[in-house]
Design a protein around this ligand. Structure first.
Ligand SMILES: Cc1cc2nc3c(=O)[nH]c(=O)nc-3n(C[C@H](O)[C@H](O)[C@H](O)COP(=O)(O)O)c2cc1C
Ligand code: SF4
Length: 403
């Protein structure tokens, strides 16, 4: 086996945690948590991926609080789902995989029918396009006491996640959700110490990181997923990302995951490949939303052809800047790509669609330096996240069926 592959498929340490290899299942919200509960289908999907040899799986979108959910069928961290989570984690451990939870908050990007507050809240006032037909058209700006409360909410959620047995927590700093609404100059127009220069825009992120770190202690693995670029004019840039990574390293993150784009403004930057628009239009039931999507769709879902390791050059800049762990994500579907990423000095690789297409990818790539995953990057899976049964790989539909 060539050396970089050997590195990938050897045991790795992550702040005291031992993973059987360096491949981590990326957070891919599966849409299998109706009513905010873990379904057997969600468990089976992760279990199957665990059986395929991944070092750690990631339970996507564990909202820090009820109003941190994009919609009501997402998990939020509270005692009512303790047993669900404990069972889920035990099932994953039985496969040999470790379990991380992606801790996030939607901020002002919400269509949650069970929304408890007056309106979704973010860094600054905004139109909540996602909530237009859900009675949540306007988003407000968090006051400083509300920011302090959100920071505390993240800390309490992290404490809960550790107590139910997660091996690691991945804080979502990117993709246009609450924390990145503060980091991005496009969505943060604040005039106080949370707005303005990058150091100020990072304040909320660093306070959250500090609260989470205090809750879980120094010897618990914390990963952070960032958007290296928002991909929109006036948004976070690849140059900013290098500094964002340095701030997070100083704040005590263990591993930075280098993603890009935003769900709200430029989703195709993070996916690449075929546009999500046709599939999302097929799924959308609301005629007004459909018209809106047709109008803004071509601008929102831009054309970014797929290529292997599509974030590599930008992520390398972060690898060069920080000493902490760095996890590569974006278009890893072959042994060759794994070897390239490893030889560039990255510590971990997250796999999204590769595992949805072939959950055995880790075990197969470990013994085949010519392994090529067949995912076509049609992105149909991603258009199904809000469908009745949630996601599947349309090209391998039986991958995760319950036995
Ligand atoms: C179906 C699907 C759902 C996703 N949901 C999330 C999510 O909940 N949180 C997140 O940070 N990224 C999410 N992503 C993005 C992936 O984590 C990853 O960044 C992206 O798919 C690129 O990696 P890949 O080329 O290995 O698929 C999702 C991707 C897919 C395909
Ligand atoms: S549906 Fe399957 S083939 Fe298409 S992008 Fe998703 S994982 Fe790949």
């Amino acid at each position: 086996m060539p050396d970089p592959l050997q590195k990938c498929f050897s045991e790795a340490r992550l702040n005291g945690l031992t993973l059987r290899n360096r491949l981590i299942k990326a957070a891919t919200f599966e849409g299998k948590s109706k009513g905010g509960r873990i379904s057997p289908e969600l468990t089976r999907l992760h279990q199957r991926i665990g059986e395929g040899g991944v070092g750690m799986t990631t339970l996507a979108y564990c909202a820090a609080e009820a109003d941190g959910r994009i919609h009501e069928h997402m998990l939020y961290m509270h005692e009512g789902i303790r047993e669900d989570l404990e069972r889920f984690i035990a099932t994953m451990h039985a496969t040999g995989a470790k379990v991380s939870g992606q801790l996030g908050h939607c901020g002002n990007f919400s269509k949650n029918r069970e929304f408890r507050g007056k309106r979704p809240m973010g860094a600054s006032r905004a139109i909540n396009t996602l909530g237009l037909t859900y009675g949540l058209p306007f988003a407000g700006a968090l006051t400083k006491p509300q920011i302090r409360e959100r920071v505390a909410v993240f800390g309490r959620a992290a404490d809960f996640m550790k107590s139910v047995g997660f091996d690691a927590i991945e804080i979502h700093f990117g993709h246009g959700y609450a924390i990145s609404q503060f980091i991005s100059p496009r969505t943060n127009q604040r005039k106080d110490e949370y707005g303005g220069p990058l150091g100020n825009r990072m304040r909320f992120a660093l306070e959250v990181l500090d609260a989470v770190r205090r809750a879980v202690g120094d010897d618990f693995p914390l990963l952070g997923k960032i958007s290296m670029s928002d991909g929109v004019r006036g948004g976070t840039s690849y140059d900013d990302a290098v500094e964002i990574a340095a701030f997070l390293e100083k704040g005590g993150i263990d591993v930075i995951i280098c993603s890009g784009g935003t769900s709200s403004m430029n989703p195709m930057l993070l996916f690449r490949g075929d546009s999500l628009l046709p599939g999302l239009l097929k799924q959308e039931k609301n005629p007004i939303m459909k018209i809106g999507m047709k109008l803004v769709g071509p601008k929102l879902f831009r054309d970014y052809p797929y290529e292997e390791n599509y974030f590599l050059e930008q992520a390398k800049r972060i690898r060069e800047r920080v000493q902490c762990g760095v996890c590569y994500i974006g278009g890893v579907c072959t042994s060759e790509s794994i070897a390239t990423v490893m030889s560039e000095g990255f510590d971990f690789i997250q796999l999204g669609r590769g595992l949805l297409y072939d959950p055995d990818m880790p075990d197969r790539a470990a013994i085949d330096s010519g392994y090529k995953n067949g995912c076509s990057h049609c992105n149909e899976c991603a258009t199904l996240i809000d469908s009745d049964d949630g996601i599947l790989c349309v090209e391998q539909p039986v991958n995760f069926t319950l036995t």
